[in-house]
Ligand binder design. Structure first.
Ligand code: ADP
Length: 425
């Protein structure tokens, strides 16, 4: 069956968030890192192309997003979804507005929505104003974000400053009126010359109504929340079967390992917990800085142990030790050294026959994925909120199937590294 939903995400973890949402809503989904270079696996309903376009220059963001769009159209996707952050992270110049307008123009479409609402995470929109929990966006921590400070909660105003066209509002009274009322308002706004409309949403039921009203839109622009309401449209038209089990992964086998470069509090607990049950090897950044062959030593250590069960290789440490290392080496150098070493260790582990790998740390995961030559991820069952098992999509010659769980910082319960294996097929 052809691809139904083609998504462009403006960053990697945002892409994972959307992909997880689509899987939960019943669509078999892959997340690709950048524009796909080869064919996708069979039996996929949705693809998320993850870019890094949130804070780059608008003209570069537009060019990359259009390239992604052209790929998605060539793959015959029926609807395009532009995914940005639920706090509408953007600079004064964009990139949400400029990218949305460029995609509309390329699709020869005159109208789309803008709706970052994600009620389950406390992101709601009322009268065009975005709330984060109980406070306006402009009173939330986002006010001081180093790259995308959000000092105005009025999304109509924020978006209007980024675009050439006219921005309208579908207010809550209309949204509460349901799909029909929303569609009528879309038509009225278009008549009025608007090409984008911020849409209020407070509950998941609102997202379902908005999703239904967007069934015929070539382009939807939103956070991940609106994705909840789109699969129903494809089911209604029989393009998506009711009985699809979206989170089934191809079976993987092989040895098991955990590589951890996250020093977040949750990860510290998870490392401590796994160490009490399984062999563990600590990577010391100062040894790396001295030029010791830590990678070789870690792999020699792991080789005889792997067949008996999962092993843990970690650089994770408490804040005092990390600080001490950073004072000595510089934070950036320490980070790069550790990321490079853990990525090389992950590569070595896979060569030793590891087929099921957990990586802890956002930056660490990025380094590992790059070192392993992974182009994309098929999204599978959720281990804990926000962390699914995936299988790697790669065109690296001779690559064996690899199950991968990429856990960023503070995600997961304390027994994450030991319980995750039970969720694998
Ligand atoms: P998280 O998702 O928890 O933020 P990241 O992998 O994104 O984890 O970031 C952790 C950073 O800390 C990485 O750059 C990693 O290389 C670095 N790091 C890990 N262990 C140490 C350590 N012991 N000393 C200094 N830096 C470390």
């Amino acid at each position: 069956m052809a691809l139904l939903l083609g998504c462009i995400a403006d960053d990697f973890t945002g892409g994972t968030d959307l992909a997880g949402m689509l899987v939960k809503a019943g669509m078999r989904t892959v997340q690709m890192i950048g524009i796909p270079q080869g064919p996708l696996p069979d039996g996929i309903d949705a693809v998320v192309i993850a870019l890094k376009s949130r804070t780059i220059a608008p003209e570069v963001a537009i060019a990359e997003s259009l390239e992604a769009l052209r790929w998605l159209r060539a793959a015959a996707c029926r609807q395009i979804y532009f995914k940005y952050c639920s706090t509408f992270d953007s600079t004064a110049k964009g990139n949400i507005g400029p990218v949305a307008e460029a995609l509309l123009a390329e699709l020869k479409s005159g109208f789309s929505i803008a709706c970052p609402a994600f009620p389950a995470n406390g992101r709601t929109i009322y009268k065009g104003h975005l709330f984060v929990g109980d406070v306006l966006l402009s009173d939330s921590g986002m006010r001081n974000h180093p790259l995308t400070p959000m000092t105005d909660a009025n999304l109509v105003r924020v978006l209007q400053q980024q675009v050439k066209g006219k921005v309208g509002l579908v207010d809550y009274v209309t949204v509460a009126g349901g799909e029909g009322a929303i569609r009528t308002r879309f038509a009225a706004l278009q008549q009025d010359g608007c090409n984008l409309a911020v849409v209020d949403a407070i509950t998941n039921a609102d997202l379902m109504a908005i999703g239904a009203a967007c069934a015929d839109m070539p382009l939807v622009t939103a956070g991940s929340g609106v994705a909840l309401g789109l699969p129903q449209n494809f089911r209604k038209t029989k393009l998506l079967a009711d009985d699809v089990v979206a989170d089934t992964l191809p079976a993987t086998s092989g040895l098991r390992a955990v590589v951890s470069g996250s020093c977040s509090i949750a990860t510290q607990g998870q490392v401590a917990s796994m160490r009490t049950h399984h062999p563990a090897f600590q990577v010391d950044p100062l040894d790396l800085a001295r030029g010791d062959d830590v990678i070789g030593a870690a792999l020699e250590w792991a080789k005889p142990l792997l067949s008996a069960g999962p092993v843990l290789i970690y650089a994770t440490d408490n804040p005092e030790s990390v600080k001490a290392v950073q004072v000595q080496l510089g934070a950036e150098k320490a980070g790069n050294l550790v990321e490079g070493a853990l990525a090389a260790i992950a590569q070595g582990l896979v060569s030793l026959g590891v087929g099921q790998l957990i990586v802890a740390g956002g930056e660490t995961s990025g380094a590992v994925v790059k070192a392993l030559g992974i182009n994309g991820l098929r999204i599978g069952p959720e281990i804990d909120p926000g962390v699914p098992w995936t299988t790697a999509i790669t065109d690296a010659p001779g690559a064996r199937p690899l199950a991968l769980a990429l856990k960023s910082g503070n995600f997961g319960t304390v027994d994450f590294f030991t319980k995750a294996w039970n969720k694998l097929p």
